[in-house]
Design a protein around this ligand. Structure first.
Ligand code: THU
Length: 157
């Protein structure tokens, strides 16, 4: 038997100003997209923004429904919109931000497992890493690839 270890590396920034220009723009789009959340049940407003291989940014926000499972997270809203509109382009990075009644959480909001799986699939489709940026009021986390937030990705079929 061998002990194995999975190591996750990520960067922590103190403010948006510390990000490079591209990431700052994407983060700004995710923060802005929080305003488009429809969250009458949880009141947790999430915004997401996906950057495409040609530099274009597609936004999404969580959409809730009285039949709870019918709603959708901001990240999947953004990724599905991006893929539906630009099926031939790769997604190079995704940023997200969230908070109750639109007030940004202090600690960065982290994507749910289902959104991570969808990110993983689009990363596999692209054949190159998709970075993930999680924005909080007091810190920002950047992961260089989806594998870092979803180790042992399922992509076997
Ligand atoms: N939500 C997202 O939009 N993204 C996530 O990664 C986790 C949760 C939304 C779903 C629901 O509308 C609200 O946040 C509370 O769970």
């Amino acid at each position: 038997m061998n002990e194995k270890e999975i190591v996750i590396n990520f960067q922590e920034f103190k403010s948006l100003e510390e990000l490079n220009a591209e990431d700052r723009e994407l983060a700004g789009a995710a923060l802005d997209a929080m305003r488009n959340a429809y969250a009458p049940y949880s009141h947790f407003h999430v915004g997401a923004a996906v950057r495409m291989s040609n530099g274009q940014i597609v936004r999404g926000a969580n959409q809730e429904n009285a039949a709870f499972p019918s709603g959708l997270c901001a990240e999947r809203t953004a990724m599905f919109a991006a893929s539906a509109k630009y099926p031939d382009r790769d997604m190079t990075s995704l940023a997200l931000a969230g908070g109750v009644h639109g007030r940004l959480t202090d600690r960065p909001a982290t994507p749910c497992g289902a959104c991570r799986q969808v990110m993983a699939q689009y990363q596999t489709k692209a054949g190159k890493p998709m970075s993930v940026i999680m924005i909080g009021a007091s810190k920002i986390w950047k992961f260089e690839k989806v594998d870092d937030i979803l180790p042992l990705i399922f992509n076997s079929i």
